[in-house]
Design a protein around this ligand. Sequence first.
Ligand SMILES: C[S@@+](CC[C@H](N)C(=O)[O-])C[C@H]1O[C@@H](n2cnc3c(N)ncnc32)[C@H](O)[C@@H]1O
Length: 265
Amino acid sequence: MKKSSISKFKLYEEAVQSPEWQANYLPQYYTWLFGKPPTTMREDFCGTARISCEWVKISPKHRATGLDLDAKTLEYAKKVNMADMTPAEKKRIKLLKQDVLKPTREKFDWIGAYNFSFYTFHERKTLLKYFKAVYESLEKKGVFFLEMAGGEGFKENISDKKKFKVDGVGTVQSVWQQKQYDPVTQVNDYAIHFKLPDGKWLEDAFTYHWRIWEIRETREILEEAGFKQSMVLWEHSDDEADEFLPQEHGDNRRDWLAYVVGVKK
Ligand SMILES: C[S@@+](CC[C@H](N)C(=O)[O-])C[C@H]1O[C@@H](n2cnc3c(N)ncnc32)[C@H](O)[C@@H]1O
């Protein structure tokens, strides 16, 4: 059978990521908190490291480090996403095959964990270990952004279809599948499938076995790890733009996406 030459990583990036927004919007909160712009960042669970790539392109002062456990994903980041970068930009980005549970020797102004990746940790003690490792890896003043999703809609057994155009490939359909949520363990299985323009399916292109952490318990664990302050950036969207603003209460939505921010100071 002829193997498809279309990379599942490219399809994933087109289907779920918005790295320019993440590299530009969230670090503004660092400036707001500390009165100076951040320069160094670490992208945890970086996958194909799109946010790190965007970060170093924004300013010659910016440096980025991406951490991921998967060698193939990091290889794609280097071969494809870093290919069009200038030699100077390449010098300011480091991709390491490393567990995020281990602190890095290098310290950063901000660290981000996107697309709910920390849900991969199921036990409270493991999440605490991760948050402590992040705390240790931040400069004396630093910010930790955690992208979270939740609500009843995130736990339902459903499939959500979306069509999008991919340069050089054509129109692709992605299917986000949520399986059977277990209210006792708070664990659920998720999968992303892709239907290619020739009708072939890339089933289970990505699969996740996630514990659905809640915002309140996440903030409590951040505090236990040493973060003196935490904030919740809650979504305010209109036709113009997506905004996430600090709030101590949220409206009870069927689906929500929010950023929990740990502040080290
Ligand atoms: C959901 S993907 C996230 C990709 C990308 N960060 C994004 O926002 O779309 C999760 C990634 O985390 C990596 N990963 C899982 N456990 C890890 C760990 N303990 N340390 C570092 N990377 C890990 C996986 O290899 C995978 O590439």
